[in-house]
Design a protein around this ligand. Sequence first.
Ligand SMILES: [Zn+2]
Length: 204
Amino acid sequence: MRSALTGRKSAPAGQKFNKIKTKIKQNNSFTRPPPSREGLGVGHLNMKYFTFTEFERSVTAALKGYDNEAPREARRNIEYLVDTVMDPLREFLGCPVIITSGYRCRDLNRDVGGSPTSQHLLGLAADFVPNGCTQEACDSIRRWFRQQQTRHTEAQDTAWDTSIPFDQLIDYGTFFHVGLRPEGSANRYQMLHYNAFGQGYRRD
Ligand SMILES: [Zn+2]
């Protein structure tokens, strides 16, 4: 079919529909609207349960005198992580989630033994515990991430993937680490368990 106005050939209806489906999938708009990028830092509309400070404070950084305030790009990533994963998780749990390590400047990441390619450097990872660290809350966290993983696996090749994306959830026993790939990149939905007694990382 040719458009009367532009003279250009328009795509067949099926193709158009597929394009829309892909767009929907990319935006993941069944779970939430795309986060606003306006007003970062002051009066931002997102990040319902968390503040940038919770992601930037660090005892080590304070002791060593490091400026661990996240630069603008890292703050965008923190906001993306919170809007995508942390706020929905917090909402599900119904109890506060304490961030024990969020953004890390290069010096801080080195001092705490982080990987040189850690997502913490980008503001795309958080170590956290549920308030009070109850067994019940920890189990709920594992269950919630497992649910996202299952949803994603079952809907991987359809437009109806309603899962909340995450790249890795690592259960360290005393805290959880969650990482997210940069906006627009595919996530692995991996669940790992870290065993400090020589066995390292294992798939859960
Ligand atoms: Zn971590």
